[in-house]
Design a protein around this ligand. Structure first.
Ligand code: ATP
Ligand code: MG
Length: 574
């Protein structure tokens, strides 16, 4: 490809709304242009990157036995009503009507459409297992589109869906996809971790998110320093601490005045006690009724764990009025002793030998409160937020926090959709059964953006070769010199003939500009042909990543560059 005939409009300045480096660099390198909030034109070189990501996705999906289909972007509301998501999904779902007043949405994900497809086509267990995938435009009316391709509204996603006869088969299909995902991200040269995730509103029994480790990541993840355990902070398990936390005395509960002291800090400072011995009492309104949740003052309640523990549709912290109704006191003074609200407690409460808690009375707390003696929660469970340094639930090693970009997600869906939409098949005995499903997504643009977050320097992008728009940049420094141009043409033609993707900078630009653009656009290997070198029979090869530059005799330049390309490709092996 010749730069003079190409559309790769590089720029110096960075737009003010581009907050993260991948967004800035994609704009500056002329890969992307904004059309509306979260909606973009993919420029030629940007599209080449996305197509390369897609190629890897296709190869690995095909390799795992998945079949490619293409479902519509426009989806009739009937299907979404059948699954119940038409009402459950929020404003991210873009809904509209056709001329006949029929309702549609733009698919943000395709469980309904694929379940409908399979229930029509699959009759017998002999047709299972079946995994279908597509690479397609998705639309989600994100509340805060930002970070360029990282969180767009219209974006490409690879979404796959598996159908099995039973849970065992579903687990196998899940494992196949999980392994394919590991290969995919390794092939893109990314540093990632598969973390256990919350299954959220989509439902299901187990799920992993594939996180590319980067400081700009929107997700907080924990990982063990000693083993491969990783989890989303929302989901990270906390094991009960075995050591008891000693309290003050073992006398009976005493009421003490705590005027205006409500927070853990205020109360523990005022009573001069360890915050870890304070029994914090939070009141929730939930779909299964009012619930009090107890946790040590040293910890925070994890609402997602509470919701999962209760099996509730929703949980929300009670407001001031409801707190007064439930406890008879203003908020900040609630406690489990004598409370007539269903009560559950985090493990951290059990290890408090004797502690303090609200007296359910304005400006008063109780001290010398002993869990199990003075109150008895319905049960103890893991209900708190994980903290850095907590012991790993798998091996006991220390947990570390980092930031991650969620590039992929694998879910075991169970029968949520197949049950609701009657995707059934006949088993060996001729009995009708519901298919067991899984769903698996990877954001194409987000993955490319994540690769930049992880691979860049002050000068620009440093593409992993497997997803670079081109593999080698050939730069004749001054195109007006016939021997320089001729040498460059020869090298480019030689590499081209060997199947290398060459970007030929034939512009009549100053050398500095050409070099800056080459660095900015991140093409992995650069061949520079300057006047003096060519006259002496040499050319230069520069590795974008290491900055290492080699001066090579002209007849060997193509061979050397080809070898460097090969080495870089090997680094992106699965
Ligand atoms: P997030 O929590 O970041 O909003 P999600 O949980 O909604 O993502 P999934 O429904 O699991 O995402 O979608 C599968 C994949 O699609 C994600 O792992 C991500 O790579 C990609 N993706 C999701 N939303 C967007 C978006 N707004 N822009 C770009 N890619 C996205
Ligand atoms: Mg997700």
């Amino acid at each position: 490809m010749r730069y003079s005939r190409y559309l790769m409009p590089t720029t110096k300045e960075t737009p003010s709304d581009a907050e993260v480096v991948s967004h800035r660099l994609m704009l500056r390198a002329g890969l992307l242009r904004k059309v509306a909030s979260g909606i973009y034109n993919y420029m030629p070189a940007g599209l080449r990157v996305l197509r390369k990501v897609e190629r890897i996705l296709r190869e690995e999906m095909d390799g795992a036995g998945a079949l490619e289909v293409l479902m519509p972007a426009v989806v009739p509301s009937e299907l979404w009503k059948e699954s119940g998501r038409w009402d459950a999904y929020g404003k991210e779902l873009l809904r509209f009507k056709d001329r006949a007043d029929r309702e549609f949405c733009l698919g943000p994900t395709h469980e309904e459409v694929v379940t409908d497809l399979v229930r029509r086509e699959v009759r017998s267990y002999r047709q299972l297992p079946l995994t279908l995938y597509q690479i397609q435009d998705k639309f989600r009316d994100e509340i805060r589109p930002r970070f360029g391709l990282m969180r767009g509204r219209e974006f490409f996603m690879k979404d796959a869906y598996s159908f099995d006869t039973d849970e065992e088969g579903a687990a196998e299909s899940y494992k196949k996809m999980y392994d394919a995902y590991c290969r995919i991200f390794r092939r893109m040269g990314l540093d990632f971790r598969a973390v256990e995730a919350d299954t959220g509103s989509i439902g299901g029994s187990s799920s992993h998110e594939f996180m590319v480790i980067a400081d700009s990541g929107e997700d907080a993840i924990v990982s063990c320093v000693s083993c491969s355990y990783g989890a989303n902070v929302e989901k990270a398990e906390c094991i009960p601490c075995s050591a008891a936390i000693p309290g003050a005395t073992k006398g009976m509960p005493r009421k003490v005045p705590t005027p205006g002291k409500r927070t853990v800090e205020e109360v523990s400072a005022f009573l001069a006690i360890d915050p870890a011995t304070l029994i914090k009492t939070l009141l929730f309104e939930t779909s299964v009724g009012d619930v009090a949740v107890l946790v040590s003052g040293a910890h925070e309640v994890n609402e997602i764990k509470v919701k999962n523990h209760l099996g509730a549709e929703y949980v929300r912290l009670a407001g001031e009025v409801r707190v007064r109704e439930m406890t008879g006191a203003p908020s900040g003074f609630a406690g489990p002793v004598g409370l007539s609200v269903r009560t559950i407690a985090d493990h951290s409460v059990r290890s408090i030998a004797s502690g303090a808690t609200g007296a359910n009375e304005k400006d008063a707390h109780l001290v010398d409160v002993v869990p199990g003696r003075d109150f008895l929660p319905e049960g103890y469970a893991d209900l708190r937020v994980v903290r850095e340094g907590d012991p790993c639930p798998r091996c006991g090693g220390a947990l570390r926090f980092s930031r991650g970009i969620e590039v992929g997600h694998v879910f075991r869906l169970g029968t949520k959709y197949s049950e609701a939409m009657r995707a059934v098949f006949l088993d060996e005995g001729g009995k009708e059964r519901v298919a067991v499903m899984g769903c698996y997504g990877i954001g194409v643009g987000r993955t490319a953006a994540a690769a930049i977050e992880q691979n860049h320097d002050d000068d620009g992008i440093v593409w992993p070769i497997s997803i670079a728009p081109f593999e080698v940049a050939v730069i004749p420094v001054n195109v007006k010199q016939a021997d320089v141009t001729a040498a460059a043409e020869r090298v480019a033609a030689d590499l081209d003939a060997r199947g290398v993707e060459v970007f030929f900078d034939d512009r009549e630009e100053r050398p500095g500009i050409k070099f800056k653009d080459a660095d900015l656009t991140g093409i992995p290997v650069r061949i520079t042909l300057g006047e003096k070198n060519v006259a002496a029979g040499f050319g230069e090869i520069r590795d974008r990543k290491t900055g290492e530059t080699l001066r090579i005799p002209l007849p060997e330049v193509a061979d050397e560059a080809f070898a460097l390309v090969g080495k870089k490709k090997a680094e992106c092996a699965p």
